[in-house]
Design a protein. Structure first.
Length: 394
């Protein structure tokens, strides 16, 4: 529980910091790009105004409206060698509908203006500008990556510090539940033993025995509750000790079913099953047995009178899929995600059923320990719980 909390803290904090950093870098890039653009525009305006360029990156062409060049001022290279290039960019600038634009293939930006002597076209190189912006992107990503790593370690450290009080409180509550459950087991066991003695005694009247039976049933319910609380306390352990082995899931499910057949028969419910042979999975045999029992107990409690319960264990590709279905009142859609919460019971469906609302919570912890999830479907036709496990070959 604490590890997911820390993980969420790190993910959320990293998300916001990285987004802020990204926005800052984008704004910085946009500001510098706009600043470079404005500077080049100012240089070209001054070149046209003065009639001569002020730096080596800019040159001025005096031409007519048809592309004929009268004069070239301040060209950085050899006009004789580059006259074809100059003619091409001048023609592009004259044909453009905009007086200011860029010629990307030539790495030039131009500004066109009319004058008494013809058309003045100022050109300035954008090559250095592109190199500078490209370098800024690389540098920003380098800083972004380094800052991300630094903040990742900082956020992990802060997550540990922040969640320490929560972890301490959680461990204390978990220990309290475990200790209380252990302490209560002894008196509950004593009550059950005493009830058995009284029921077998000839000195107790039949009328009094009915009270003893009620006491025994309540004590048995309490014993089940304590066992479930201990199971959940163990499942909350960050590193629970589990014995994992190759389990013949088909044989395991069959053995559990054999014990439930008379129970369903006595309750007057139709119990059916369909199990594929030879399905083997990796897992803890005791927990898997408990998982099947929880599903069957749940189906028995919440199926309608004279209803149907169906268990299937089928091979689906490389998975062993266990499904337990029962007819009865459906679980409301907005309650399905809550039925796995501890002590949670859907009022309309479970108000008349016995239990403490811990079974499905235990089932969820068992499924998660086996790297899978429980899928629930509930409608007017009934309710089904399904969980799939990776099959083992052989």
């Amino acid at each position: 529980m604490i590890k997911p909390l820390r993980r969420k803290f790190v993910i959320i904090s990293m998300f916001f910091v990285l987004v802020v950093m990204l926005v800052a870098f984008c704004c910085n890039y946009a500001f510098n790009k706009a600043n470079m653009y404005d500077e080049s525009i100012a240089v070209m305006e001054q070149t046209i105004r003065d009639g001569a360029p002020k730096n080596l990156k800019t040159f001025l062409v005096v031409a007519n409206n048809y592309g004929g060049i009268f004069q070239i001022r301040g060209y950085p290279g050899s006009v004789a060698e580059d006259i074809g290039h100059i003619n091409a960019v001048v023609e592009t600038a004259l044909k453009s509908s905009s007086s200011v634009g860029e010629i990307a293939e030539a790495d030039l930006r131009y500004m066109r203006s009319g004058s008494p002597v013809g058309v003045l076209i100022a050109f300035t190189s954008t090559a250095e500008e592109k190199i500078a912006l490209k370098g800024m992107i690389y540098f920003s990503f380098y800083i972004y990556f380094c800052c991300s790593l630094v903040f990742l370690f900082v956020s992990i450290y802060l997550a540990k510090i922040t969640t320490k009080p929560v972890e301490k409180s959680f461990n204390q509550k978990k220990q309290l539940i475990a200790d209380a459950s252990h302490e209560l087991k002894t008196p509950v066991t004593a009550i059950l033993a005493s009830a058995d003695v009284l029921l077998s005694s000839d000195t107790v009247s039949e009328e009094d025995k009915s009270f003893v039976v009620a006491i025994k049933e309540s004590a048995a319910d309490m014993s089940t509750l304590l066992a479930n609380m201990l199971t959940l306390a163990k499942s909350d352990d960050e590193k629970p000790v589990r014995m994992v082995e190759t389990v013949d899931f088909s044989n395991l499910a069959t053995s559990v079913i054999l014990g439930y057949e008379p129970i369903f028969f006595e309750s007057g419910k139709d119990f059916r099953y369909d199990i594929d042979d030879g399905l083997k999975i990796k897992g803890n045999e005791g927990e898997l047995r408990q998982l099947i029992r929880i599903f069957l107990d749940n189906a028995k409690k919440y199926s309608d009178e004279k209803g149907t319960v169906f268990l299937s264990l089928k091979a689906v590709k490389d998975r062993a899929v266990l499904t337990v279905y029962n007819t009865g009142t459906p679980i409301p859609a907005d309650e399905i995600d809550k039925i796995f919460d501890r002590f949670y019971r859907v009022d309309k469906v479970r108000s008349t059923a016995s239990g403490y609302g811990l079974g499905l919570s235990i089932a969820k912890s068992i499924a998660e320990a086996h790297s899978t999830k429980i899928h629930v479907v509930s409608n007017e036709n009934g309710t089904s719980f399904a969980v799939s496990f990776k099959s083992e070959k052989g």
